[in-house]
Write a protein that binds this ligand. Structure first.
Ligand SMILES: Cc1cc2nc3c(=O)[nH]c(=O)nc-3n(C[C@H](O)[C@H](O)[C@H](O)COP(=O)(O)OP(=O)(O)OC[C@H]3O[C@@H](n4cnc5c(N)ncnc54)[C@H](O)[C@@H]3O)c2cc1C
Length: 488
C-alpha cells in the first residue's frame, strides 16, 4: 500500500540531516526542537487521517498513476469532484490542526507542474511531462511529504531581476552541466520545508526573454547539499520554548504556522528533477496556475477551518460568561458564521467551476476568478472575525496570566477565584479557551492570512485580467437598445 504510517514518516526524518538555524543558533536535534516539532506533529496527523477508515474518503484518493490509494496531498485532481474533495480536505485538516496543513503548497505545485509540463511538451517539444509524471509516481509510491517554494527575497521592485546589483535575489541558474543544473538564491516564508522529504520549486513571477536563467522549476530532497533553513522566530516561538507543558499554549500540539527562509547555495539539481528551465513564456503560466489553485485552498478552505476554531472558542466563552442572551454577541456570532460560509462558498464554487487545463492534459484546476475571489474575500473577513472574537473574548485575551499560575501554590487560589467568572466551569478551561483566542486574534494569523498565497493586490490584478466586462456592458446595451457606433 502506498500509505505510510505517522511513525514511518517520523522514522524517515531520522536519516536526514538538514542544516537548520533558529534564533541565531544551529538546530542540532531538529526532531525535538519544540517549534519544529509542531510541524512534524501536523504532518504526522496527515498520515494518520489517511489510514483512518473514517476519513479515507477525505484524506485519500485512488491514483490511476500507481493503481493504488494515495494520500490526498500527493494526488492531482482529474475532475471537479476531485477538486471538491480537495476543498473539503483543506477545511478538515485546518480545523483539526489550527495551523498549516504543510503538504498543501507542494500539492498545489504538483497541479501546476502536471498541467504546465504537459503544455510545454505539446507546444515546445520538451520532455518535461514524462519526467514530472515519473517523479510524481515516485512521490505517491513512497507517500512523501512535499513543500512548495515560490516566494523570493527580490530587490528594488521597480527594477527587473537582471537589473538588481545582486542577481541572486531571485533564484538563478549559475551553471548548466551535462547531468544537471546548479542554482543559487533563496526562497522566503516557506512553510514547513525543513521536515518535508522534498521541496518543489516554482518561479515567483513572469519572466522576460532575457531572464531565462530565472525561469526555473524543479524538485530536490529537502536536505539536499547546499540548502540552509533560517527559521522564523517570534514571541510565540520563545513562549513555546519556555513552556513546561504544551497545554499552557494557545495551540498546544500544532502551534504557529512555521516557515523558514531557504537558502540555495550552489545546489545541484539533476536534469531528471528539472521541469522548467529557460522557457520564459511559460513562467507566468506556472505562477498563475499555482496562484489560483493555492488561493482556492488558502481563501476558501483552510481559513474556513480556522474560523471554526475561533467561532467555537467565542461560543464557549459566551456560555462561560452567562451571555447567551446578549443580542449583540449573538449578532457577532452570526456575522462570523456568514463570513465563514462566504469563504466556504467561494472555495466550493472555485472547485465546482474548475476545468481541465489545458484541455487534454487530464489535470483539473479551480476556476481562476473564484479562486482569487476566495482569497481576496478572506483577507478582510479574517480580520473582521478576529475583531469580533476580540470583543466577545474581552480584554483577558491579552491580559491573561500564564497558565503556570494554576500550578503555583501562591497564586493558584486567586487565579481560580477571580478568573473563574464565579461559574461551575473550571478556571483552567476558561483560561485555555481564552489562550486559544489569544493565539488567533493577538498573534500572527492576521498578517499571515493576508499575505499567505499573496496579498490583496495580487488577487485584484488577477481578477482584473479575468474580467473584461464585455458581458456586463452588452447586457446593458441590449436592455437599452444602444447601438455600437454613432449612426450605426
Ligand atoms: C504564514 C505564511 C506562509 C507562507 N508559506 C509559503 C510557502 O509555503 N511557499 C511560498 O512560496 N510562499 C509562502 N508564503 C509567502 C507568501 O506567498 C508571500 O508572503 C506573499 O506572496 C507576499 O509576499 P511578501 O511577503 O514578499 O510581501 P511583499 O511582496 O513585500 O508585499 C508587501 C506589499 O508590497 C506590495 N508589492 C510587492 N511588490 C510590488 C510591486 N512590484 N508593485 C507594487 N506593489 C508591490 C504588495 O502588494 C504588498 O502591499 C507564506 C507567507 C506566510 C505569511
Amino acid at each position: 500500500m502506498a500509505l505510510i504510517t505517522p511513525e514511518q514518516y517520523e522514522e524517515s526524518l531520522k536519516k536526514r540531516k538538514p542544516k537548520i538555524f533558529m534564533n541565531g543558533k544551529r538546530v542540532e536535534d531538529y526532531l525535538n526542537n519544540p517549534n519544529l516539532r509542531t510541524v512534524i506533529e501536523a504532518n504526522k496527523a496527515s498520515y494518520r487521517w489517511a489510514l483512518d477508515p473514517a476519513f479515507q474518503d477525505i484524506m485519500t484518493a485512488l491514483s490511476p498513476l500507481i493503481n493504488d490509494r494515495v494520500n490526498r496531498y500527493v494526488y492531482v485532481c482529474r475532475s471537479r469532484e476531485d477538486l471538491t474533495a480537495k476543498a473539503i480536505a483543506g477545511t478538515f485538516a485546518s480545523e483539526r490542526l489550527g495551523t498549516c496543513i504543510y503538504r498543501c503548497p507542494g500539492l498545489d505545485a504538483f497541479h501546476t507542474l502536471a498541467s504546465t509540463t504537459w503544455e510545454m511538451d505539446k507546444n515546445l517539444g520538451t520532455e518535461y511531462h514524462p519526467r514530472f509524471t515519473k517523479y510524481l509516481k515516485w512521490i505517491q509510491e513512497n507517500d512523501l511529504a512535499v513543500s512548495g517554494a515560490l516566494t523570493e527575497p527580490r530587490g528594488d521592485r521597480k527594477k527587473r531581476a537582471i537589473d538588481w546589483p545582486d542577481p541572486f535575489l531571485s533564484l538563478k541558474v549559475v551553471e548548466k552541466k551535462p547531468d544537471g543544473i546548479v542554482v543559487r538564491g533563496a526562497k522566503i516564508n516557506i512553510s514547513g520545508a525543513f521536515v518535508s522529504h522534498e521541496l518543489v520549486v516554482l518561479p515567483q513571477s513572469a519572466k522576460k526573454k532575457d531572464e531565462a536563467d530565472y525561469a526555473l522549476a524543479f524538485a530536490i530532497p529537502a536536505d539536499a547539499e547546499g540548502l540552509t533553513y533560517i527559521c522564523q522566530y517570534s514571541p510565540y516561538s520563545a513562549e513555546r520554548e519556555m513552556a513546561e507543558d504544551i497545554f499552557e499554549l494557545g495551540n498546544p500540539l500544532f502551534g504557529q504556522r512555521e516557515t523558514a527562509m531557504v537558502v540555495f547555495d550552489n545546489v545541484f539539481v539533476p536534469w531528471e528533477r528539472v521541469f522548467h528551465c529557460g522557457e520564459t513564456e511559460y513562467s507566468l503560466k506556472l505562477v498563475e496556475r499555482f496562484a489560483k489553485t493555492h488561493r482556492m485552498t488558502c481563501g476558501g478552505t483552510c481559513k474556513v477551518g480556522f474560523m471554526n476554531l475561533i467561532i467555537g472558542a467565542c461560543k464557549l466563552l459566551q456560555e462561560y460568561k452567562g451571555l447567551e442572551k446578549a443580542q449583540h454577541i449573538n449578532d457577532e456570532l452570526t456575522e462570523m458564521v456568514v463570513l465563514r460560509e462566504t469563504g466556504r462558498a467561494c472555495g466550493l464554487a472555485s472547485a465546482n467551476l474548475g476545468k481541465e487545463e489545458p484541455e487534454g492534459s487530464g489535470v483539473f484546476l479551480p476556476d481562476e476568478l473564484m479562486g482569487n475571489v476566495a482569497k481576496l474575500n478572506v483577507c478582510d473577513a479574517f480580520w473582521r472575525v478576529m475583531a469580533l472574537a476580540g470583543d466577545i473574548g474581552g480584554g483577558l485575551i491579552v491580559t491573561l496570566p500564564s497558565l503556570k499560575e494554576l500550578k503555583n501554590p501562591e497564586t493558584k487560589k486567586y487565579v481560580e477565584e477571580f478568573l473563574g467568572f464565579g461559574s461551575d466551569v473550571p478556571t483552567e478551561y476558561i483560561m485555555k479557551v481564552t489562550k486559544l483566542l489569544q493565539n488567533w486574534t493577538a498573534g500572527q494569523h492576521g498578517v499571515g492570512t493576508w499575505h499567505g498565497a499573496g496579498p490583496v493586490m495580487a488577487q485584484k490584478i488577477m481578477i482584473q485580467r479575468v474580467v473584461d466586462y464585455e458581458h456586463e456592458k452588452n447586457l446593458v446595451k441590449e436592455a437599452l437598445g444602444i447601438l455600437e457606433k454613432k449612426g450605426g
